[in-house]
Design a protein around this ligand. Sequence first.
Ligand code: BTN
Length: 252
Amino acid sequence: KASLHTEHFGSSIVYKKKVTSTQEVAHELARNEAEEGTVVVAETQYKGKGRMNREWHSPSGTGLWFSLIVRPDIIPQKAPQLTLMTAVAVTEGVMEATGIQAQIKWPNDILIDGKKIAGILTEMQSEPDRVQAIIIGIGLNINQQVEHFPEELLPKATSLALENDGVTYQRAVVISAILKRLEQWYLHYLQHGFKEVRERWESLAVTIGRQIKATTMKETVSGVAEGITEDGVLLLKKQDGTIEYIYSADID
Ligand code: BTN
């Protein structure tokens, strides 16, 4: 805590050795009026949650598994903007703490050298027209070595240590850099809106301008990723020139 360079993110930190998921714990705290900026960190999660109902592998002591509670005064439809904002903050925080170049893959995977280093899951508690709390979950691989990864993940996942010749990092330094960026961008977003967040997101994104394949629940669509909308929807320009809106998909 002493090493955090933030005003209110992380001013309350709930540290757990072992939980189902820090998202679950944070949801419960948020329902009980936990204040904005509360952070839940766990050493390990045995039911870590990823996007699209996937499982998130969270081995003990090697990564950062945490959830942040925010309470922006926005309508629920705007919540995805905070997911993109988080991707920007995590990417910048990682680069600041390690000096390693990182990029964003739509919607919110963080990549180093084309491999996934971090994932973001945002969930919401809301009334029909007002957000009550957004729980921002961040999972970041830090000190895993090759043997920590299941074989099938090795071609597409990595850790900061693996990208640094096996040399490990202090997790506190990395989380503090990320929370600092998150708080800066959040305050900027509340004051000035989404415009600059979106521009920064697009400048950090590998996806934009590329020929990609988007696999949705229904089908696979190919085209050039043109950009994102205000709401974070991906615009895909197909061969015939028409634009497809991609709300949720895996990108290759
Ligand atoms: C993804 O699928 O890429 C998102 C992964 C999000 C994982 C983090 S780890 C901390 C928080 N608690 C969870 O159960 N999930 C998120």
